[in-house]
Design a protein around this ligand. Structure first.
Ligand SMILES: O=P(O)(O)OC[C@H](O)CO
Ligand SMILES: [Mg+2]
Length: 243
């Protein structure tokens, strides 16, 4: 869609009826935890974790991200993707339960739910991690109509394949919902691509360190969920500005 990246002209805005949220790095501030752990692992080999690699790993299923990590950091023969996951797991398991919400996540979820807009989560995260990450956010996640996780049997391929978003569209009441009526919020390049591959509109909320060339695929880019203007997408406006 030829839309302005900052704001959409009313005539261009597709009529959105359903909203799908990514989770890591979008609703939950968990991407920084992956980054920290991966930096620690690489430090042992006197290597640094570059943001260019982080950009590619974000949003991928764990084993796919692990293969990429080992390959691109030159750890082949020193650390297998499976060993990397075991080592990463020990650290992540203790960090996830304390994770915080991203700014504006609670406000937006509560607003859409209160206005009867069907919402769900489509994450690459598998069930065990999902449970750890949402331990203290259960009330907010209970507002989701459904949650599709990376280890769902119907999700054959991870992002950037559209699988997780198509499964999400199918599970709404009366689904499958027409992808043109679905708005996806994503932080990761692979996730934005997956949403576009599913035929949906995608708003990117990227980490400021992400190279801006990755913004191109998104229909709109905002720096925080607090900046989202629902009216531009035919969704009910907020009663008051973000504080
Ligand atoms: O961003 P999500 O929610 O699809 O999850 C991604 C992985 O768990 C970590 O990059
Ligand atoms: Mg994400």
């Amino acid at each position: 869609m030829a839309a302005n990246k900052c704001s959409l002209a009313a005539a261009d805005a597709p009529s959105i009826t359903h909203v799908v949220f990514d989770m890591d790095g979008l609703l939950l501030d968990t991407e920084k935890l992956y980054g920290e752990v991966q930096e620690n692992i690489l430090a042992r080999y006197n290597k640094t974790f570059e943001w260019s690699l982080k950009a590619k790993m974000m949003g991928m299923k764990a084993i796919e991200a692990a293969r990429l990590f080992v390959e691109e950091t030159g750890l082949n023969g020193l650390l297998s993707p499976e060993e990397f996951l075991v080592e990463r797991e020990d650290m992540l398991r203790t960090m996830f339960p304390a994770c915080e919400l991203m700014p504006g996540a609670s406000r937006l979820i509560q607003h859409l739910h209160a206005n009867g807009i069907p919402i769900c989560v489509a994450t690459s995260s598998h069930t065990r991690h999902f449970q750890l990450k949402t331990q203290k956010h259960g009330e907010l996640f209970s507002l989701m109509h459904h949650i599709v996780r990376g280890d769902d049997p119907e999700v054959k391929q991870g992002k950037p394949s559209p699988d997780v978003f198509l499964v999400a569209a199918k599970r709404f009441e009366g689904g499958p919902v027409d992808p043109k009526k679905i708005l996806v919020f994503e932080d990761a390049p692979a996730g934005v691509l997956a949403a576009k591959n599913a035929g949906m509109s995608a708003i990117m909320v990227p980490d400021p360190r992400l190279d801006s060339s990755y913004h191109e695929t998104a229909d709109q880019v905002i720096s925080s969920l607090l900046d989202f203007n629902p009216s531009e997408w035919g969704l009910p406006p907020f009663d008051k500005p973000a504080s």
